[in-house]
Ligand binder design. Structure first.
Ligand SMILES: [Zn+2]
Length: 249
């Protein structure tokens, strides 16, 4: 299993970091986790062929996490993709993404490859391929918006995910709302944790680390000011690292 960080930046566009995204790979499957603004260029920068990606998972509908999907599909078409592309998305916003693609004039009969939507549901493992499954659990990142949806037209799924690969449990807390979201997968023994560091205090991440003791904890979703490593106190740097674009683990 290998993880390559494609972007480790926050929602603020930066010349130092691309928006948050990583590629998680096994020998059989490559899944891109989040595809925000500029994702195609970010993949080019890392030398990752667009058509080597088997599936894209979108955690939620903030532009720095999903808005690059249509342009990524265009790149795949221009690179003569033939293989199916899986799109993992919460069942409540599958329609939104289908429309986004359709309204970008990306019609399946012109693509020459299949778009296979995999609707993820709360607390149920979705099979990716043999020995690789993912589970969605709702976090509180988008709760603050519900009061603005006066006509109750929107849904607000925002996922933290567990990637179960062989006997490894990798927990990704993309964008979260509160420190309690760090504990969403407490019922699993976590080998690797990838946590955002923009909406939660470092002291709360350190506390979580001390309680759960994952083998590895990587911080992402960082601002330019968070120069690699400087966020983390010296004594914790052995097991906790600030990710950077291009980091492979
Ligand atoms: Zn967000």
């Amino acid at each position: 299993m290998k993880i390559i960080f494609i972007g480790t930046g926050s929602g603020k566009t930066s010349l130092k970091r691309n928006h948050s995204s990583f590629l998680i790979s096994t020998s059989k499957y490559k899944m891109l986790v989040d595809a925000g603004d500029g994702i195609s260029k970010a993949l080019l920068m890392r030398g990752i062929p667009f058509n080597s990606i088997n599936g894209v998972l979108l955690t939620h509908l903030h532009a720095d996490h999903y808005s690059g999907l249509a342009s990524l599909i265009v790149q795949m078409k221009m690179n003569k993709r033939k293989n199916r592309l899986d799109i993992y998305i919460h069942k409540d916003i599958e329609k939104v993404i289908r429309n986004f693609i359709f309204q970008s004039y990306l019609f399946e009969e012109r693509l020459n490859f299949e778009l296979n939507f995999v609707a993820v549901k709360e607390n149920i493992f979705a099979a990716v391929c043999n020995g690789f499954e993912i589970m969605f659990r709702q976090n509180s990142h988008l709760n603050k918006y519900e009061k603005y949806d006066h006509k109750k037209k929107l849904k607000f799924p925002c996922g933290s995910f567990l990637f179960r690969i062989g006997d490894e449990n990798i927990f990704y807390t993309g964008d979260i709302g509160a420190k309690k979201d760090l504990y969403l997968f407490d019922d699993f023994k976590l080998s690797t944790v990838i946590s955002e560091a923009a909406h939660v205090k470092l002291k709360d991440i350190l506390k979580f680390y001390d309680t759960n003791k994952p083998q590895k904890l990587l911080l992402t979703h960082l601002n330019d000011e968070d120069i690699s490593g400087s966020l983390i106190p010296k004594e914790s740097r052995r097991k906790m690292i600030c990710a950077y674009d291009g980091l492979e683990v």
